[in-house]
Design a protein around this ligand. Structure first.
Ligand code: MGD
Ligand code: MGD
Ligand code: SF4
Ligand code: MO
Length: 666
């Protein structure tokens, strides 16, 4: 008999959708949208629908595996857990707990996915990752400017005169914002898209502005110059609620509009026009994450923030420098769950340079790696170094649903349960502020087990089992402690299927910023040199002419349409391949036609793929969607750099020059 249950999407995504899931004879048979969800309203994307296949697929991991003489053998949980616990105990005693690296990303947005940190803290504190390949540069930038990274509630978009979509691939990555844009456009709101690629969101826009990748900060500087020239700035905000405006002004005076137009490749008239747009408040600026994956990413977001500030669009309905919404994550009590005070030693590597960290660590060396909710072999920059690093470990444990490129290198692979096989609550600090409930709907197949069970079993063997002697319900209640005090209990979330979190829908309306000065800081007082810089990406003809001579094209590696990163490609029919998308100018210069086989390379690596010519893209721009594993011709991260962003906490994935040539049919 078929029964339909409510559930929630666990994927790392802006939208955090509500689901309706059909279960027949103990199996998930269909995943659809829940029309009652206030934000996602019954619409979901194919990545969500494909979670049915991800749960049922025959290539899922069903049993613990151990590598013996180079090939995987099935072993019992007892054997796998005993051996892993013995190694953890041995490394702790012999080299200290920092000889273990916990490598992870955020592939599951459930509250209990944080229990891995509880385990590692109680073990004694391991080598952890800081920063973020995803959004690190921008989050740090907004921490300096505002004291935190907050966005307006989705419904507030209805108050905007203009919406500037600045480097967010909305139609592809944030589908409910796309719907929201369609609605507000009907009521007269004007939409602008600033992006090197004329994408599906650009089609909806009233105006599309093509920009050279990595030069958005300079464009924002140009718009500010024009606003100041025409006296369009919000003097009240600048005088009463900000510090450091004089520094910004001096910075803007140090360049001419002509220079800005030349390097950004945006005409002066367009820059002037955007100054008028920004003065016609309220203007909502919706920033994407791709735009800050450059060496100058932190300064790019700070310059966009500064534009939103001087134009008087902070803290007003319909405005905002909307990048991420950390208010959502801050509603939960991670410390209760993860017990950071219990670790006695800790070392950190940045997420971007985890491979270099492994290869160069001394005192102690990294002996063991444990990977959870992540697939560094395809997702972390500079794949060749990542491979060398993970191969160099004495012991590698990967916990996953599937045999990924990373799992292939492991000594132990442990099969995890999926979101439909456990109860949790799901949320995203990216777009809306609802938390969704996902009940346990089916049993895990084979011997797959919830991640939390694995931590509890290892904890028992290492002597801190009592710290995991809690039910999932009790763990969820720990994480919901503050919300419970505000009436948002686990029972309420279970019953109502989702709950609205108590956030400011128009952040900073009280002008009480979380910076040291309590004001908006054009020059940050959180760091030694907190002034904004007009910096450029590292790999451009302006900053490295010799490199640009050798590698004349900018490679973007944006998020794929039908896969969440590396997760869905194995389910595609026909099989996926590396599609090398390029601006017409690139195809013309290289004499390439649609579907030609090409080699794309730089000093870090090379990848082979098939040409697809983009209808419109900034001259010299190439894109290969990220996420393809080695068996489908990936990873594109063979070409990307593990350099960190200017503020140290973000990646520079798109700050990447390459060359291309045709190869004979393969
Ligand atoms: N379908 C799908 N959706 C997803 C995901 C997925 O894997 N697949 N992943 C989710 C996750 S984890 C994230 S972080 C978000 C990311 O969401 P987005 O920020 O929307 O997407 P990205 O792919 O990170 O960034 C790519 C966008 O930035 C533009 N871009 C690149 N460089 C520049 C630049 O220098 N200037 C400007 N103005 N634009 C630039 C690209 O052309 C593209 O439109 O998406 C989430 N949603
Ligand atoms: N070149 C390039 N590289 C990129 C990006 C880019 O734009 N360009 N984007 C970056 C961004 S924004 C992000 S967020 C990262 C994402 O990087 P990752 O999070 O590493 O990528 P995913 O492919 O989403 O998933 C990682 C693995 O987690 C597993 N997993 C999912 N749920 C669970 C669970 O509950 N338990 C366990 N144990 N495992 C689980 C999945 O099966 C999958 O194999 O990639 C980054 N890498
Ligand atoms: S991947 Fe994103 S848009 Fe798709 S169903 Fe999940 S939350 Fe919704
Ligand atoms: Mo991300």
């Amino acid at each position: 008999m078929a029964t339909v249950y409510h559930s929630a999407c666990p994927l790392n995504c802006w939208d955090s959708c509500g689901f309706l899931v059909t279960v027949e004879d103990g199996k998930v048979t269909k995943v659809e949208g829940n029309p009652e969800h206030p934000i996602t309203q019954g619409k979901i994307c194919s990545r969500g629908r494909m979670l049915e296949n991800r749960t049922n697929a025959e290539d899922r991991l069903f049993y613990p595996l151990k590598k013996v003489d180079g090939s995987f053998q099935r072993v019992s949980w007892e054997q796998a857990l005993n051996e892993i616990a013995e190694k953890l105990a041995y490394y702790k005693e012999t080299f200290g707990t920092a000889s273990v690296l916990h490598s992870h990303d955020y592939a599951n947005s459930g509250l209990l996915s944080n229990l891995d940190s509880r385990f590692f803290n109680l073990y004694g504190g391991v080598t952890e990752l800081t920063g973020s390949i995803c959004w690190g540069a921008g989050i740090e930038a907004q921490n300096w400017d505002f004291g935190d990274a907050y966005s307006h509630a989705p419904a507030d978009l209805a108050n905007s005169n203009h919406v500037v979509i600045w480097g967010r691939n909305v139609a592809r990555t944030n589908m409910h914002l796309f719907q929201n844009l369609q609605n507000v456009k009907k009521n007269g709101t004007k939409i602008y898209v600033i992006d090197p690629i004329y994408n599906a969101t650009a089609k909806l826009a009233n105006e599309y502005i093509s920009i050279k990748p990595g030069f958005d900060g300079l464009l924002a500087a140009g718009i500010m110059k024009e606003m100041l020239r025409m006296n369009l700035e919000d003097e009240e905000f600048l005088a009463n609620h900000s510090v450091g405006f004089e520094d910004l002004k001096a910075l803007l005076d140090s360049v001419t509009l002509g220079y800005i137009s030349e390097v950004t490749e945006v005409p002066v008239e367009t820059i002037s026009h955007l100054a008028d747009v920004y003065a016609d408040r309220p203007v909502s600026t919706i920033m994407g994450l791709g735009m800050q994956r450059y060496k100058n990413g932190g300064n790019t977001i700070r310059l966009l923030d500064a534009l939103v500030a001087i134009s008087g669009n902070i803290g007003i309905p319909g405005g905002g420098a909307n990048y991420a919404n950390k208010q959502v994550g801050q509603s939960f009590d991670y410390q209760n769950m993860t017990l950071p005070e219990r670790k006695s030693s800790a070392r950190t590597f940045t997420m971007m340079r985890q491979a270099e960290g492994i290869l160069s660590a001394v005192d102690p060396e990294i002996k063991m790696g444990i990977v959870t909710c992540g697939n560094p072999l395809t997702q972390v920059p500079d794949t060749n170094t990542v491979k060398e690093a993970f191969e160099s470990l004495e012991t590698l444990v990967v916990i996953d649903h599937y045999m990924t490129d990373t799992a292939e290198l492991a000594d132990y692979v442990l099969p995890a349960a999926t979101s439909f096989e456990v109860e949790d609550v799901y949320y995203s600090s990216m777009y809306h502020h609802y938390v969704n409930h996902g009940p346990k709907l089916v049993d895990p197949p084979g011997e797959a087990k919830p991640d939390a069970w694995i931590w509890a079993e290892l904890a028992k063997r290492l002597g801190f089992g009592e710290e995991f002697d809690f039910t999932r319900e009790e763990f969820m209640e720990m994480g919901l402690a503050s919300l419970t005090q505000k009436g948002i209990t686990l029972d309420k979330i279970r019953e109502e299927r989702f709950a609205e979190l108590p956030v400011d829908e128009v952040p900073w309306a009280d002008r009480n910023f979380k910076t040291p000065s309590r004001k908006y800081e054009f020059t940050s007082s959180s760091v030694a040199d907190g002034s904004i810089k007009l910096s450029l990406p590292t790999e451009t003809k302006w900053t490295n002419p010799e490199l640009a001579e050798k590698y004349p094209y900018t490679l973007l590696t944006i998020h794929p349409l039908r896969s969440n990163h590396s997760q869905h490609f194995h389910l595609f029919q026909p099989k996926p391949y590396v599609k090398v998308e390029m601006a017409k100018s690139v195809a013309a210069e290289k004499g390439l036609q649609e579907n030609d086989d090409v080699r794309v390379w730089n000093d870090r690596g090379e990848i082979h793929g098939r040409v697809s010519i983009l209808k419109a893209a900034h001259p010299g721009t190439v894109n290969i969607d990220e996420g393809l594993s080695a068996r489908f011709g990936g990873s594109v991260n063979q070409l990307t750099s593990s350099r960190e962003s200017d503020n140290g906490l973000g990646s520079t994935l798109y700050d990447c020059l390459v060359n291309i040539e045709k190869v004979e049919n393969e």
